[in-house]
Write a protein that binds this ligand. Structure first.
Ligand code: KIV
Length: 291
């Protein structure tokens, strides 16, 4: 990873594309922190891909703190990690938003928070930034508002709706956010917003007309064969790899091929040193240094 700060992330506007991936655990964080990505988002999409829910509304602040701590351990001290603010952790009052965002940084060890909304959260973003908390905005299709939007639908299709989303993005940028996610909007609107705001726009389902892209890690790795939205490209077919490996394990156990003599002990040798070399957790601890 490029080990960016919120300031250096912001300064990349117009200098090539920024690449962000979601992540929720230390093992994946350790792996992806050794790639060329620019930042990790501990998204409330963990409600979908980790908790198996159909939306993100039940994700709690403690859930995001827990997963952010796991990701920090795996990714190391210098990785740029953004923690999502769950539903109703920033809408009730600015005071509550500040306390909760503070927890995501102080306990979760995130570098920044992300929150959904435009004009109606601009004052909160401004107060968070004044308190020293970098904020990533999120406009367009905001999944926490799916009840209000009538489902998970592309937003900003007509001129009035597009103007409102542009106004939202401008409000978020003017409030001091260092970047903004554009989700589920037409390509022409993404281009307009990207030209207008002075902060990097990070798209998901918002075309190439953005300063960068974000995808949900489990989705782009192809871990859910039944999830195939138009905006998603799968860069691997881990569902097949995982099922194949598990079936092979089952076949070998039943057929007597595993464990072989090389996986068995004769009375000497340390169990823990034998496993340490292949343990993702041990790697993660080396990289992280945070308890
Ligand atoms: O929760 C999440 O993962 C997100 C990204 C998809 C932008 O908000």
């Amino acid at each position: 990873m490029r080990n960016l700060t919120a300031q250096s992330f912001k300064s990349k506007k117009g200098q090539g594309k920024l690449v962000v991936l979601t992540c929720y655990d230390a093992t994946f964080a350790s792996l992806i922190s050794k790639t060329s990505i620019d930042a990790i988002l501990v998204g409330d999409s963990l409600g979908n891909v980790i908790q198996g829910r159909s939306d993100t509304l039940e994700v709690t602040l403690d859930d995001v703190i827990y997963h952010t701590r796991c990701v920090r351990r795996g990714a190391g001290q210098d990785a740029h990690i953004i923690a999502d603010m769950p539903f109703m952790t920033f809408q009730v009052s600015t005071q509550e938003a500040m306390r909760n965002a503070g927890m995501l940084l102080s306990v979760g060890r995130a570098n920044a928070v992300k929150l959904e909304g435009g004009v109606r959260v601009a004052e909160t973003i401004s107060r968070l930034v004044q308190a020293g908390i970098p904020v990533m905005g999120h406009v367009g299709l905001t999944p926490q508002s799916f009840n209000e939007m009538g489902g998970f639908k592309i937003q900003g299709r007509d001129a009035g709706a597009a103007a409102a989303i542009l106004e939202d993005a401008v409000a978020v940028a003017e409030a001091g956010a260092y970047s903004i996610v554009l989700e589920g909007i037409p390509a022409s609107l993404a281009a307009r917003i990207t030209e207008t705001v002075g902060i990097p726009t990070i798209g998901i389902g918002a075309s190439a007309n953005c300063d960068g892209q974000v995808l949900v890690l489990y989705d782009m790795l192809g871990m859910n064969p039944d999830f195939n939205p138009r905006f998603l490209k799968k860069y691997a077919d881990l569902a097949s790899v995982i099922r194949g490996a598990v079936d092979t394990f089952g076949d070998e156990v039943r057929g007597g091929a595993f464990p072989g003599p090389q996986h068995s002990f004769s009375g000497e040798g340390l169990y823990s040193s034998a496993t340490a070399g292949s343990s993702g957790a041990v790697d993660a601890r080396k990289g992280g240094g945070e308890s």
